[in-house]
Structure formats: structure tokens, C-alpha cells
Ligand binder design. Structure first.
Ligand code: ATP
Ligand code: MG
Length: 567
């Protein structure tokens, strides 16, 4: 490709709201341009990168036996009504009507479409397993689209859906997809971890996220220093917390504790470690058509994990409750405890189960209970609620957990029969009995990956692409457009590089050398050959973008060097 014929509108200006390198360099490098909040056009450079990412994704999915197809991006809302998600998906689901007043959605994910495709066609256990996938546009009306294409509203996803006759076969496919994803992200040159994850709005049981470790990541992940355990903070568990502080000794009693509203106050008042106190976190749980106050009891020195809290009470969302709402629910803020609490729903963290000598609010202004045993509560009140943090102990080996930031690039789910049951999609098992399909689903953020690669690989001048996904393998920079000899050599090199199968950009523009080199560094292809004055002595410059290493080489060796470095 000749740069003079190409379209890569590079600019010195970074978008005003751009705080992340990937956002800055993809816009400045002329890869993408913004078209509205969370909406981006992929310009020719981006298209080339996406094509290479898709190639790797396709090659590995195909090798794993998955079958590519394409669902229409616009989905009949009827399918979403059948699954029950039309009502609960929230504002991220873009809903609209067609000219005949029928409801439609632009798919944020395609479980419904996948079930509808197979329903009535995969009729026997003998027709399974099947794994279908697509690489297609998704739309989620995100509340805060940000960071360029990392969190867009419209984005490209690879989504796959598998159908099985039983859970065992689903587990086999899930493991195969985990291995396939590891191959994909390894080939793409990413530093990633597969972590235990919450299943979110997609639902089902058992899911893993693929997280690229990056300091600008939005997700908190906990990794064990000793073993392979790793989990998103939303799903992380730990070996139960312990303390060296001595257990207080007191008979069960109610105590006058004026002005002791916080855990710190109460620990100081009784001179006990916060470990032996119970904290009440009061929230408003939002459901499909109502909301209510729910109290979550956790250890005094723990924090509530919102996603765990949301799962505990099955809410669509957990939000802060205001003072009036708390008072109207009959709660005495600052003195709320599980013993004798009648007016509201409440849950207790698993780790508090059977603890003795605890201190908690007495549900009466200025009073706390001491010597409390957390034992006489109904079993369904106990849930995993506490947030795991750095320094906590690994649930598998007891090693120390450390916190890292990650960007989610993939998510694999064991859905089970959630969608097939709701949508009445069944097959006949070997005994002739109708059963709902057992399903898995598997997503990869294809457009997000392009940004993630830059987050992991850039310097202060621009992108640093790895060979696998660079928009071009190499750039030939003709330093002076008017130098006929250099021009002739560069043209010949360009032609022979093309013939050798090298994806090469020939910067033949009538631009200053400085402009060309700035563009080379900003766009960030792995190698460049600079053809300039040195050619008089038979020399050209070979540049490696990664460390910006520049060496002078014999002009006649340039093609060989490129071939060698690209293989
Ligand atoms: P996130 O937690 O980042 O919002 P998610 O868990 O909602 O993502 P999934 O439903 O698991 O996303 O979608 C599969 C993949 O699609 C994700 O792993 C991610 O890489 C990508 N993805 C999701 N939302 C976006 C978005 N708004 N912009 C770009 N890529 C996205
Ligand atoms: Mg996810």
C-alpha cells in the first residue's frame, strides 16, 4: 500500500476527554474517529488490525469445531420477551418499534437468537453437541461510554453459543473454550489471566473471565501469589478471615452505647477489635417493578461487595438508600443489628456463621447487644457478601492474595438451561424424554482487543504493535521524495517486499521527513526501512519500533532482514 493512496488522518490533537493511551493513540493515529457518544468509525488502519484479530479468533474457533454464522443484529423483541430478559435487561437494551409498531431490539448479546435458531431443529441428543459463533456488531446503551473503543456503546464481539445433551458435555466444551481462548490471547501477544467471575445479566452458573493485566483496567482481580487461583473481586472468595486479637468475654446483654454510630466508635467503646463487631450496610434493592430496603450484615472490618449483595437478594441493582428511606423502613441507623430485626429483609455474611461474642446494634437508639452468637438464623439468610481484598488468604492454598487491575477481553459461561427452559427449546434424550438444551456461551471483545493491545504496548510517541496484529508488517520511509535514486530503490524494495508476501506500507508522500517519522512512530508498525542519503554509500536504516532501535544496514540486505524479522 502506498501511503499517498492510503487514508490515515493522523493528528497532533488528542480528544479532550481522552485519558488513556489507547484512546489518544487510536484517534491521533487515524485508526478510529468518534461519531457520537460511544460510537466510532473504524478507519482503514483499524480495519486492518480488526481483520487480523478476527483471523486469529476465527482460526482458533474453527479449529475447536465451532461453526461460524451471522445473526441479524436487529432482533425481534418477541424472543426477548420469551426469555424474560425484555423486562429485566434495563436501559442498556436499545428497544425500538418498526413501521408496523412491532417491538425490536439491537442485540447486546444473542442468547435468544441462538436458542431460536436451534429450537425445533436440534431435536435429538444425537444432533448435539453444536457450537455456533459469529463476529458481529453489538449495541449496549452504556450509561457511561468511555475510554474510546474500550467501552463503546456499539462494539464488535465474537459470541459463541453451544448446545449439549447434558452438563458433563457442557463442561467438556467449556474447558475446550477455555483452552481455545488461552490460545487466542497468547497468539495476540497479551499478558492475561483466566479468572473466576460473576455471571451478571447473562445468568447461569460457573463463568470465567479473561483479563488482560493493565494498570488502566476497570476490573479488580485477586491473584494468589502461591497457586493459580485468580478471581474477579465480584466473585472472589477467600479462606475465612482470622484475627490474633483476643476474643472478648461477656455474657449476652444489651448495653447503653450513646453516640456510637460507627464500627470504629463501637470498637473503641468496648475496647475490642473490629473483627468482633457486626456492621450493617443498608441498601435499596431495585427489582423489576418495585424496590425495597435490604440490610447486609458483614464483619466490622469487612466491606460489602455490591455484586455479591445483588446476587444475594436477586435484585437487578443495589443502590444507596437515603435517610428517609432507611427511617421509613423502621431501621434505627447506627444501631441496626440482625438480632430481633423484623421490619426488613436482611442477609448475613457466611463468615459470621456461628461466631460468638459478637457485638451488634440492638435496633434501639443508643443500644448495642454484646455476647451475641450468630447461630439461630435461618440458613437462607447466610450468603457470601464480603469483599475480598489484598492480603486476604487464598481459598485453595492459603497463600496471600494480591490485587491487580484488569481489562475484560473475554467471558465464558456455563448457562445450563436458563434460556432453553424459558424459551421452551427441547430435545429428546436417549429415553425419548423431552429435555431443555444445556447451553454455554462464550464472548470475546474484538474491538476492545484493539485498544487493549495499545494499553499493553505503547510508549510516549504512539502505538507499538506486535507482528500478529499490526496494521502493516513494515513501513518503507522514503526520506526525500525528490531524491530520484532513493525513490527508485524504495519503489523496487516496495515491489519486492509485496511480492515476498510482506504487508508493507510505502510512505511515498510528498511530506517532510520529520512528519513521516512522527507518523511512523505514532502508527507504530513493527519495522521500518528508511531510505535516505545513506543510499549513496549503499546503506539504509532499519528501525525496530519496539525499542526504537535504529541500525544502518546494507541496502541490498533490507528485504532479507525484513523477511527474517517477520518470520
Ligand atoms: P464489562 O464488564 O466490561 O461491561 P460485560 O461483562 O458486560 O463487560 P460480556 O457480556 O461478558 O461483557 O461481553 C463479552 C465481551 O464483550 C466482554 O468480555 C468485553 O470484552 C466485550 N465488551 C462488553 N461490553 C463492551 C463495551 N461496552 N465496549 C466494548 N467491548 C465490550
Ligand atoms: Mg463479562
Amino acid at each position: 500500500m502506498r501511503f499517498s493512496k492510503f487514508y490515515a488522518p493522523t493528528t497532533k490533537e488528542a480528544p479532550k476527554d481522552a485519558s488513556l493511551p489507547s484512546h489518544v493513540f487510536l484517534v491521533r493515529g487515524g485508526f478510529v474517529e468518534q461519531n457520537g457518544a460511544g460510537l466510532y468509525n473504524y478507519l482503514p488502519l483499524a480495519q486492518r488490525v480488526l481483520k487480523k484479530i478476527k483471523y486469529v479468533v476465527r482460526e482458533e474457533m474453527d479449529a475447536a469445531g465451532a461453526l461460524e454464522m451471522t445473526f441479524s443484529a436487529v432482533t425481534n423483541a418477541e424472543l426477548w420477551k420469551q426469555s424474560g430478559r425484555y423486562a429485566v435487561y434495563g436501559k442498556e437494551l436499545l428497544r425500538f418499534k418498526d413501521r408496523k409498531d412491532n417491538d425490536f431490539v439491537i442485540s447486546p448479546t444473542n442468547e435468544e437468537s441462538a436458542v431460536a435458531t436451534m429450537r425445533g431443529k436440534l431435536n435429538s441428543y444425537k444432533d448435539m453437541p453444536k457450537n455456533i459463533y459469529q463476529i458481529n456488531t453489538k449495541f449496549r446503551d452504556e450509561a457511561r461510554p468511555r475510554f474510546g473503543i474500550l467501552r463503546g456503546r456499539e462494539f464488535i464481539m465474537k459470541d459463541a453459543y453451544s448446545f449439549h445433551a447434558d452438563t458433563q458435555d457442557l463442561k467438556r466444551e467449556f474447558d475446550l473454550m477455555e483452552r481455545t481462548y488461552s490460545k487466542i490471547f497468547t497468539r495476540l501477544g497479551l499478558n492475561f489471566r483466566a479468572v473466576d467471575a460473576d455471571s451478571g445479566a447473562i445468568g447461569g452458573s460457573g463463568s470465567k473471565e479473561f483479563m488482560v493485566l493493565a494498570k488502566n483496567g476497570e476490573d479488580d482481580i485477586l491473584c494468589c501469589k502461591e497457586c493459580s487461583y485468580a478471581a474477579n473481586v465480584e466473585a472472589a472468595t477467600r479462606a475465612p478471615k482470622t484475627t490474633k486479637a483476643h476474643l472478648p468475654q461477656a455474657d449476652a446483654d444489651k448495653f447503653y452505647t450513646p453516640d456510637t454510630k460507627t464500627i470504629k466508635d463501637i470498637a473503641e467503646f468496648f475496647k475490642v477489635d473490629e473483627f468482633y463487631t457486626i456492621k450493617a450496610v443498608i441498601k435499596k434493592a431495585v427489582y423489576e417493578d418495585n424496590s425495597k430496603i435490604v440490610v447486609f450484615f458483614i464483619r466490622g472490618n469487612d466491606e460489602l461487595q455490591d455484586v455479591k449483595a445483588q446476587n444475594a437478594c436477586g435484585a437487578l441493582e443495589i443502590v444507596d438508600a437515603n435517610e428517609d428511606e432507611i427511617a421509613n423502613a423502621g431501621i434505627i441507623a447506627g444501631f441496626c443489628g440482625p438480632v430481633g430485626l423484623k421490619s426488613v429483609d436482611f442477609y448475613i455474611d457466611n463468615e459470621l456463621r456461628d461466631n460468638t461474642q459478637m457485638i451488634c446494634g440492638a435496633n434501639e437508639k443508643d443500644y448495642h447487644f454484646i455476647g451475641v452468637s450468630v447461630s439461630s438464623f435461618n440458613e437462607d439468610r447466610f450468603k457470601d457478601l464480603a469483599s475480598v481484598s489484598a492480603g486476604d488468604r487464598c481459598p485453595h492454598c492459603g497463600g496471600e492474595l494480591e490485587l491487580s487491575k484488569g481489562i475484560e477481553v473475554g467471558h465464558i459461561f456455563q448457562l445450563g438451561d436458563k434460556y432453553s427452559s424459558a424459551m421452551n427449546a427441547t430435545f429428546l434424550d436417549p429415553n425419548g424424554k423431552a429435555k431443555p438444551y444445556v447451553m454455554g456461551c462464550y464472548g470475546i471483545g474484538v474491538s476492545r482487543l484493539m485498544a487493549v493491545m495499545i494499553e499493553q504496548s505503547h510508549d510516549d510517541r504512539g502505538c507499538v504493535w506486535k507482528k500478529e496484529c499490526a496494521p502493516f508488517d513494515a513501513v518503507i520511509v522514503l526520506s526525500n521524495f525528490k531524491d530520484e535514486r532513493a525513490s527508485q530503490y524504495a519503489n523496487e524494495l516496495y515491489e519486492s517486499a509485496k511480492n515476498a508476501g510482506i504487508d508493507v506500507l510505502f510512505d511515498d508522500r510528498n511530506e517532510r521527513f520529520g512528519v513521516k517519522m512522527n507518523d511512523y512512530e505514532l502508527i507504530g508498525c513493527p519495522f521500518a526501512i528508511v531510505v535516505g542519503k545513506g543510499l549513496e554509500n549503499g546503506k539504509v536504516e532499519f528501525i525496530e519500533r519496539n525499542e526504537l532501535i535504529k541500525i544502518e544496514i546494507e541496502a541490498k540486505d533490507a528485504l532479507g532482514m525484513l523477511k527474517e524479522r517477520l518470520c
